[in-house]
Design a protein around this ligand. Sequence first.
Ligand SMILES: C[S@@+](CC[C@H](N)C(=O)[O-])C[C@H]1O[C@@H](n2cnc3c(N)ncnc32)[C@H](O)[C@@H]1O
Length: 254
Amino acid sequence: MNIKFPDDIHWRYWVECWDSMQERYIACRKERFELIVRLIADTQNTITRVLDIGCGTGSLMLSVLQKFLQTEVYGIDFDPTLLVLAEKRLAKFGRQVHFTQTDLRAESWLQSVPVPIDAAISATALHWLNAEHLSQLYCQLAGILRPGGIFLNADHLCSSSPAIQTGWEKHREQMLREQKDGDAYDWDGFWQAYGRALNVDINQFRSKFTWEGSEEGLPIEWHFEKLRACGFEAVDCFWRCDCDAIYGAIRGQN
Ligand SMILES: C[S@@+](CC[C@H](N)C(=O)[O-])C[C@H]1O[C@@H](n2cnc3c(N)ncnc32)[C@H](O)[C@@H]1O
């Protein structure tokens, strides 16, 4: 099913709708992007190329481009309806931005990124992958990052304690219930409205973008172990609030 995107798509409106929808679910979303940018600046002497994995509408890429004025940023996502918004949103950065529509579960995605890269970053995307694909991705990232380059991911992580996990989920549900009725769409509302604007049956279209991970994500110890096994060092958690965290690591010298 190919989509013919309307020439007059109101991309600013839909980008804003996406961001406000994400902010309903993700506490401190903007602050997390700032922390990712700061960690890149603190750890990298040269920042020539940055990769955003599961870039969606380019929100995190924008934070990177605003801070690093010469850096080339590569966005990867398998959903063309989000990539079209990212392309329009970041068009003003010209040849600094590059997008590829590809599935991270297929090894061929690696061909879309010139190597080496200085930072590989992601927000709320990697929990869509199952454990096998995610550990494969970590080793692929170690292969394309420059030694000393950084990997950072802001995402959902579960607890290995069922009692703690249950508490986090209760707290999250309460937070969502207590949200004031604003203008922001919820996840399904966004897709239904955006699908109408694109004139597509969005349920049918989105059924192509399967995901095999879990909403809760995997425990932080799991990520640490897999990252070390792929050659990462200085593996750490840089921020955490219940089931949401920013963790990452530096690619080792070997
Ligand atoms: C919740 S959105 C987050 C988007 C963006 N990072 C942000 O913070 O706004 C998750 C993104 O991951 C992308 N994604 C999930 N699984 C993917 C895969 N296997 N290959 C490529 N992109 C994927 C989705 O299409 C979606 O854009």
